[in-house]
Design a protein around this ligand. Structure first.
Ligand code: GLU
Length: 472
């Protein structure tokens, strides 16, 4: 539940309505955009390792069919419920629209705490869920394409693929039925770190906008910025990694067992290894432990990245947050009350539906790779290297000067898959930032960046419907 008496989907609707006032669309059309088009509620049995039968509660929601396939992750969490999956599916529609990824929003959820199940049990649950989706026509490269989310990863996606392929033999584009797969199963290089990298690119771009930085009293750029990351899962870990490598200081990391603090900046890889070895981020050599991890969110810093679950910053703790920029790595970490507070006190909130869109952007690249059946760079890498080499040789011949080995390598290097994926993602995040900022600048009555992002999303989806001629 959010601060007041409304649910997570209710909070998304409130944000939508707040932004809709800044658009010119008919209320019926707006209503069509904000509703969930299809909600699939499932109950199915699985056999536990001890022989008991357990009935599993699961969902798949397709929020919008203005573009197909629908797209969005599957989460495994004890808190999963229909309202949450609906909210997350709606966010996916807006997210895909903002980064110009041609999908409608979808989301799936299975109400289990994955830590309480063996690998074999998780496999049975994932495969049964997938076969239920196939029976209901809720999955397929042109219908609805799941991906990893909270509590799932490459392993689960390969089970989804294998189940799909075995039930749809001979379907040539079958690999495009799910993204976030291991490379050997048709995954794309760079997908694993994509959401965290997108969080980094998006935040960096905001930090490069002189107007915003001068209003916040911060220097331009990422270097030396003090960053706090909540959640060391796939999104938080990679975001922290990229911030550190760009010269920011990750001064605190928070997890459910507690938080650690080091004013000189933590070494993310070392913390990750420490957690792997000891099972906790606490007691990391040289860092100070903070027992209550929520307190870490309230420390003095420049950038705060909540990258765990929804509703962690609300009307109650917002006044104690000291960060100047909050970048939403997770989906829905701020409640509408927190938004209102930050809009008033001038904190910049970079919204989830734009900032964590790196995952779905690279999922789009993976889906395209699956449909084209060829690895990125396969056709052009050698060709580009040969052309670059001839150009370099010509220049050296004409100038009589030789370039050093390092420069030669840099100039000759043809595009490989990971380089293309990173540059495609960087371009996407930079363009989306400026598109949102332009709308915000042109309409100063818009209170915050989230509302500006919603305005961009609503206008794009509404234009598609309007051009279909179905609505006035
Ligand atoms: N679960 C991720 C998200 O919330 C990725 C979705 C996808 O790649 O389809 O954006």
């Amino acid at each position: 539940m959010s601060d007041k008496n409304y649910s997570f989907f209710g909070a998304v609707e409130r944000s939508f309505d707040k932004a809709a006032k800044f658009t010119k669309w008919d209320s019926g059309l707006l209503n069509q955009i904000r509703q969930c088009n299809s909600v699939l509620q499932l109950r199915f049995p699985i056999k536990r390792d001890n022989g008991e039968i357990e009935v599993i509660e699961a969902y798949r929601v397709q929020h919008s069919h203005h573009k197909t396939p629908c797209k969005g992750g599957i989460r495994f969490a004890a808190e999963v419920n229909q309202d949450e999956v609906m909210a997350l599916a709606a966010l996916m529609t807006y997210k895909c629209t903002i980064v110009n990824v041609p999908f409608g929003g979808g989301k799936g959820g299975i109400k289990i705490d994955p830590k309480k199940y063996s690998v074999g049990e998780l496999e049975r649950i994932t495969r049964r869920y997938t076969s239920e989706l196939i029976k209901k026509n809720f999955i397929g490269p042109g219908i609805d394409v799941p991906a990893p989310d909270y509590g799932t990863g490459e392993r689960e996606m390969s089970w989804v693929l294998d189940t799909y392929v075995s039930m749809r033999p001979g379907e040539v584009d079958a690999a495009g039925c799910v993204t976030g797969k291991p490379i050997t199963q048709g995954g794309v290089r760079g997908r694993r770190e994509a959401t965290g990298l997108g969080v980094f690119y998006g935040t960096r771009e905001v930090c490069n906008i002189p107007d915003i930085m001068s209003k916040l009293g911060l220097s331009i750029g990422i270097e030396n910025k003090r960053v706090i990351v909540q959640g060391l899962g796939n999104v938080g870990y990679w975001a922290a990694h990229f911030f550190q490598h760009a010269g920011a200081k990750v001064i605190a990391l928070a997890e459910y067992e507690g938080a650690i603090f080091d004013e000189y900046g933590l070494d993310i890889e070392a913390v990750f290894q420490h957690r792997k070895k000891t099972g906790s981020i606490l007691n990391f050599p040289g860092a100070k432990d903070i027992k209550n991890s929520n307190e870490a969110l309230e420390l003095e810093c420049d950038i705060l990245i909540p990258a765990a679950l929804e509703n962690v910053i609300n009307g109650e703790n917002a006044p104690r947050i000291k960060a100047k920029i909050i970048g939403e790595g997770a989906n829905g970490p701020l409640t509408p009350e927190a938004d209102d507070y930050f809009a008033k006190n001038g904190t910049i909130v970079i919204p989830d539906m734009y900032l964590n869109a790196g995952g779905v952007t690279v999922s789009y690249f993976e889906w395209l790779k699956n449909l084209s059946h060829v690895r990125y760079g396969r056709m052009e890498k050698r060709f580009t290297e040969n052309v670059n080499s001839s150009i370099l040789n010509q220049i050296e011949e004409l100038t009589g000067k030789k370039s050093n080995a390092q420069a030669r390598e840099l100039i000759m290097h043809g595009p490989d898959e990971v380089a293309l994926v990173y540059s495609g993602l960087e371009e996407t995040m930079i363009n989306a930032t400026h598109e949102i900022m332009k709308v915000w600048k042109e309409n100063p009555a818009i209170p915050d960046m989230r509302t500006a992002a919603y305005v961009v999303a609503i206008n794009k989806v509404a234009t598609i419907y309007a051009e279909l001629g179905i609505f006035p």
